[in-house]
Design a protein around this ligand. Structure first.
Ligand code: UDP
Length: 328
């Protein structure tokens, strides 16, 4: 298969690119290198079946030209990370909606299969767990920038489903829950790479808010396998599918686990949300996916344990020379 991966130099995109190359696909990566980096593709950059294009997924003629020679597009290019979203809401909305419009229009003209990477953020602050794909979405007010991200991705989903119904574009929507693993950066706010780096460098681990809020973390290798299986599933066409683990943990317990596994001497400190993200920040207290649809469509379940994920991230963490290096 010949595949276009938008955002292929990002954290998930680069792992996906490697996996597609491993199974024999020809891959074109399109990335503007805003949050992604060529470093993420270092292991495969000279691969004969890989083409890397430095450009924007909002560039319609570029996307159109690439899609001419591809059978499918995995659309991952987006503005992500709570910190980035709060600091750059205009960029977030315009990138997420604009790029998806372009990709869907081009795919419609060429009748290409599209897998859209969406997010569990679209469930918002719904208190009904686990989240089922058909559940209502509970987004907060427009005055809070965080919800702009959820809303932009929900709009992407609506647009993809509309293209599917109105123009017969074969689309699959994957709602990704917290995906973590090697190469993920904490620069845009993600919790686990931040905690691992802090533990390894001997800095205090920052737990925002009460620390009782929970998430389910899946290893990027599991997420990527789920995405590839979904791409190949005809039964998934026109469907929205949760992708993630059901292994729930509080952020406080996560920080404690990171300290234990790295044998770090770092303290864990509580930081009020307001201090971390500014006034009026809203978080979700629990986030757990219902993954029965993913299992039904692909036979797949996330397999890697949280401990294995943390150790994998510690193993690939680049440690400054002055840092405290844990004994594993
Ligand atoms: N968080 C934290 N310390 C950090 C970064 C994040 O305690 O250094 C918290 C954050 O407030 C949230 C959870 O960890 O409750 C997950 O945050 P992340 O941004 O990784 O993902 P999301 O909120 O999108 O699930």
């Amino acid at each position: 298969m010949r595949v276009l991966v938008t955002g292929g130099a990002g954290f998930i995109g680069s792992h996906l690119t490697e996996a597609l190359l491993r199974r024999g696909d020809a891959v074109t990566v399109l990335d503007d290198l805003s949050t992604g980096t060529l470093d993420n593709l270092r292991a495969v950059q000279a691969h004969p079946r890989l083409v890397i294009v430095h450009g924007s997924a909002r560039d319609e003629s570029l996307v159109e030209r690439i899609l001419e020679n591809c059978d499918a597009v995995l659309h991952l290019a987006a503005a992500v990370g709570v910190r980035l979203i709060i600091e750059r809401p205009v960029h977030t909305i315009e990138t997420n909606v604009g790029a998806t419009e372009v990709v869907l229009r081009a795919a419609a003209r060429r009748k290409r299969r599209v897998l859209l990477a969406s997010t569990s953020e679209v469930y918002g602050k719904s208190a009904k767990v686990p989240f089922l794909e058909t559940d209502d979405l509970h987004l907060g007010p427009t005055s809070h920038a965080r919800w702009a991200y959820a809303c932009s991705k929900a709009l992407d989903e609506w647009l993809a489903l509309a293209y599917s119904r109105e123009h017969g574009v074969p689309v699959i929507i994957a709602r990704l829950f917290n995906t973590v693993g090697p190469r993920q950066t904490g620069r845009y706010g993600m919790v686990l790479p931040t905690l691992v780096r802090q533990a390894v460098c001997g800095e205090p681990l920052t737990v925002y808010g009460p620390g009782t809020q929970t998430r389910c973390f899946s290893h990027v290798a599991d997420t990527v396998e789920a995405l590839i299986r979904l791409l190949g599933s005809d039964a998934a066409l026109g469907e929205v599918v949760n992708v993630g683990s059901q292994d729930e943990i509080s952020i406080r317990a996560l920080a404690e686990r990171v300290v234990q596994l790295t044998r770090s001497t770092s303290p864990i400190v509580a930081i009020p949300y307001e201090q971390a993200y500014g006034p009026g920040f809203e978080d979700m207290s629990r986030r757990i996916p219902d993954v029965s649809k993913l299992a039904r469509l692909t036979g797949f379940h996330c397999r890697r344990s949280l401990d294995a994920i943390i150790l994998d991230m510690v193993g690939t963490q680049s440690v400054p020379r002055t840092a405290h290096v844990p004994v594993l």
